[in-house]
Each structure stands twice: as C-alpha cells, then as structure tokens.
Design a protein around this ligand. Structure first.
Ligand code: NAP
Length: 264
C-alpha cells in the first residue's frame, strides 16, 4: 500500500496540494497517496488521530489549524518555534516544521529572480501565514520589514517575537515606498482587499498575493496601478517541495510542476 499523506484545513477543497504532491511523487518515483481532509473547526486533533490510525504518515496543515498543529507536535524545528505555527507534521517522530517562509523566499528569489537584500518589504496580515514567513524574510537581508494588520495588537505581538519587524496599522501606511508588498491576509478568499493607501502599489512595486487559484481584488488593484502582480502558486509549490523533503528525504524539482500548474 502507498504511504498516505494529506492536507488538513477548513476550508480545504480548493487546495492544489494533492496535485502538486502527486506530480512530485511521479517525478521522484516515490510511492505516496496524498489526499485532502476537511476537519471541523473544533476537531483538528481528532482528525489527525483518525488519519494516523488509518495509516497516515504525515500531513500539511493549512488555515486555520497551524497553531493547533504547533501545539500538537511533540518536537518542532527552530523556524516553527519562532513562527508558533506548523504547516508540516511527520507522525513517526511527532515532528512539526514550517516551510511557508522558505517557500515564499525561494519563489521570490529563485523563481522570480527578485533580489531581497537591501529591499523594503511590507507584509499585509499577521495571521499564521505572516508568522510563518517573517523569520525567513528577515534572514534574506531586507533593509526594512513592516507588518501591517487590521488588528494592530496582533502585528505588535508578532514584531515582539521577531526583532527587526516593524508593526503598523493600515492607517499608518503613508507615502513610504515598498519594493515588495506581500498580501498574507485571507481577504482575497472573501473577495476583499486590505485597506491600502492610494499610491502604495505603483509601477515600482512587486505585489504578491499568497492566495492562489483566483484573481483577488488586491492583484486587480496592483495591475491597475501598474505594479507587477503575482499570486501565491509558486510559494505553494516551493513550501510543498520542502515538506516532501521532510517526509521522504528526496527534494523534487519545482519548476516543471509550477509550469504545468500555470499551464505554460
Ligand atoms: P489567518 O491566520 O486566518 O489570518 C488571516 C489574516 O488575514 C489576519 O491577519 C486577518 O486580520 C487578515 N484579514 C482577513 N480578512 C481581512 C480583510 N478583509 N481585511 C484585512 N485583513 C484581513 O490565515 P493565514 O493562515 O495567515 O492565511 C492567510 C492567507 O494566506 C490565506 O488566504 C492562505 O490561503 C494563504 N496562504 C498561502 C500559502 C501558499 O503557499 N501560497 C501559504 C500559507 C497561506 P485580523 O488579524 O485583523 O483578523
């Protein structure tokens, strides 16, 4: 029988993780079966227990369970400890990791050729995704990393854990130029955009929305302002490759998978 993995979230039906891991498995000759589990909002631990009992070897964890996964793991990586969020569980040693940060940085630097060193970057949102990427972004040598959130206290709590991060409310985002603006909010899933000041997105901005598989108001607004607008599909593929490596000890090539998903 194939080794079983899954992505667990709520909602999760839209996830492209099963398609990504199926392609990784084919390309590397690994015999895995990767599915999709929607857990009730108050039933994450039970869903994990059931999946383990049914022979599951590990899983990816998505919204809104990354904190629950962090609490459930008996041992976590340093990057997951800093993020206090886990997106990858390996059951055999109850290990939790967070591959979102490395996924975003690899997509920006390797797939898109964006040099982050010395740049000013703004992250919108302070939820699980923002927490997962803050450490890796700081490690990329940015000149300035600002995190803006609707609930300011959440951004401030994040900044406390990551010295070097500056927390702001949306109303404090003024005329400052950011080379890269990463939308790490879930606003796009509801067809909404975070409230951005006029001029924040312009022809000198890379606007990156972590949401993938749909056009979002943030991306539409970026395009209208002449910015380079990119969705989070590359991040999804890169974070998945790192999870695959954690489970299987094999690092799959990401470019062919990303190209196929983009239909190019
Ligand atoms: P989360 O923990 O639920 O946090 C949601 C964040 O979005 C919070 O900061 C929240 O602000 C903010 N938000 C929601 N609606 C908003 C609105 N209308 N206006 C302004 N801010 C709003 O979710 P998450 O785990 O961080 O995930 C965020 C997004 O990233 C999701 O869409 C997820 O699919 C995506 N993601 C993609 C990848 C990838 O590989 N491409 C990886 C990880 C996550 P408050 O704190 O004020 O509520």
């Amino acid at each position: 029988m194939s080794d079983r993995y899954a992505v667990i979230g709520n909602p999760v039906a839209h996830s492209k993780s099963p398609a990504v891991h199926a392609q990784f498995a084919r390309a590397t000759g690994q015999d895995i079966d990767y599915g999709c589990i929607e857990a009730p909002l108050d039933g994450f631990a039970d869903a994990i227990a059931r999946f383990r009992a049914a022979g599951g070897k590990g899983c990816n964890v998505t919204l809104p369970f990354k904190r629950d996964a962090f609490n459930l793991a008996q041992r976590v990586s340093e990057r997951a400890r800093l993020a206090q969020a886990v997106n990858t569980l390996r059951f055999e040693d109850s290990f939790g990791d967070n591959t979102d940060g490395i996924g975003l940085v690899r997509d920006l630097t390797e797939n898109m050729g964006v040099a982050l060193h010395g740049r000013a970057l703004l992250v919108l949102g302070a939820g699980g995704a923002a927490q997962g990427v803050a450490g890796a972004l700081l490690g990329a040598g940015l000149r300035r990393l600002v995190i803006a959130n609707r609930t300011l206290s959440r951004a401030q709590a994040l900044a406390k854990r990551f010295p070097g991060v500056i927390a702001q409310g949306y109303d404090a985002l003024g005329a400052e130029h950011f080379d890269v603006v990463v939308n790490a909010t879930s606003a796009g899933l509801a067809g909404e955009s975070p409230p951005l000041p006029e001029g924040l997105l312009n022809e000198n901005t890379l606007a990156y929305d972590m949401v993938y598989g749909r056009d979002t108001p943030f991306l539409a607004r970026a395009r209208a302002a002449g910015a380079r607008a990119v969705d989070g599909l590359g991040m999804l593929v890169e974070q998945a490759a790192e999870s695959f490596f954690i489970w299987r000890g094999v690092r799959p090539a990401t470019r062919p998978v990303l190209a196929k998903l983009r239909g190019s």
